[in-house]
Design a protein around this ligand. Structure first.
Ligand SMILES: [Zn+2]
Ligand SMILES: [Zn+2]
Length: 314
């Protein structure tokens, strides 16, 4: 049977039996049983959304939870992995620890992002006290280091710190000696063993992040709406435009709305019901005037999702 569908974003006719359609939640967040696909989008528009999704997966708080939870995903779809340094104009999260006068870049272990890995690095403060990190690699040589400094742009260096393990100290010390008049201060050694430190992670996203979220909400709503909307109706023009072209996310994201009833929360007998495994929670509500979608990703054991009403009253 030859079926023809019209893309709700660009109006192009296409054969919806070709291609997978849109996974409403990106597969990188996990594979789901009974996952409904949204099929009224052409592959071109779907790819365009996919580019925004790279930022959502690699730069948002979700990137941390992807490493922590490790949702099962199909082997061939392992994109947006946290090896990238930036996605669609936003840097990936940069965890650092505080040393008072400067911060030190650290990496989160892939096996368990609650474990930190030290990074051999030079920390640079420029004259405006802006902070830069340059990772040091064995064998990079003075020229390699120079290139990396140059890549930062016109930085007037005021002060630098080196963090490095003992194994590479001699090599990296030599490297800094070639650096104009560097003065070396030995910092107290880190204790060997397990130490607990406070890590701050700066999350930077652009509207691509919010466009991906808007897409999840919009497509989720469309496949569950009981009003028979396709999604290309005029009333959805602004959200379609935001998803495809960006704009002001404040127009679409709001914390107030209907309270959704879910089986989590306090119960009358005194206990609390929480998810017993990692999950994502989505819910939609529609009235004559508006459609509201609730999304909370990576809700863990023992966590009570916010903004819901419990129906576990008995
Ligand atoms: Zn299209
Ligand atoms: Zn090292």
């Amino acid at each position: 049977m030859n079926q023809i569908e019209k893309c709700i974003y660009c109006g192009t006719s296409f054969d919806p039996t070709k291609g997978e359609g849109d996974h409403i939640l990106p597969v990188q967040l996990g594979e789901f049983r009974n996952d409904k696909r949204f099929r009224k989008i052409c592959s071109l528009c779907n790819n365009r959304i996919g580019r925004s999704e790279q930022q959502f997966l690699a730069c948002g708080p979700e990137s941390f939870f992807r490493d922590l939870v490790k949702p099962k995903i199909p082997q061939k779809r392992k994109r947006g992995c946290s090896k990238v340094k930036a996605a669609m104009g936003a840097p990936c999260p940069e965890p650092t620890i505080d040393h008072g006068d400067h911060r030190e870049l650290v990496k989160l272990s892939k096996d368990n992002p609650l474990n930190l890995l030290a990074v051999d690095q030079i920390v640079i403060h420029d004259e405006q006290d802006k902070e830069f990190f340059i990772e040091l690699f064995p064998g990079m040589g003075p020229d390699g280091l120079k290139k990396r400094v140059e890549r930062l742009g016109t930085v007037k260096i005021k002060k630098t710190w080196i963090h490095c393990d003992d194994k590479h100290w001699t090599e990296f010390k030599k490297l800094t000696e070639t650096w104009a008049k560097s003065e070396i201060q030995n910092l107290p050694d880190n204790n060997v063993g397990i130490t607990q430190v406070n890590v701050r992670t700066k999350i930077v996203v652009t509207d691509h992040y919010f466009r991906s979220l808007a897409k999840i909400a919009f497509h989720y709503y469309l496949v569950h709406s009981s009003r028979g909307f396709r999604g290309d109706e005029k009333c959805f023009g602004p959200i379609r435009d935001f998803i495809m072209n960006g704009g002001n996310d404040k127009d679409f994201f709001n914390k107030s709305g209907p309270k959704f009833i879910m089986p989590f929360g306090k119960i009358l007998s005194g206990g609390v019901i929480t998810p017993n495994q990692w999950c994502h929670i989505m819910a939609a509500d529609e009235t004559d005037k508006e459609a509201v979608v609730y999304i909370q990703l990576f809700v863990g054991r023992g966590c009570v999702p916010t903004h819901i009403t419990s129906n576990c009253q008995t």
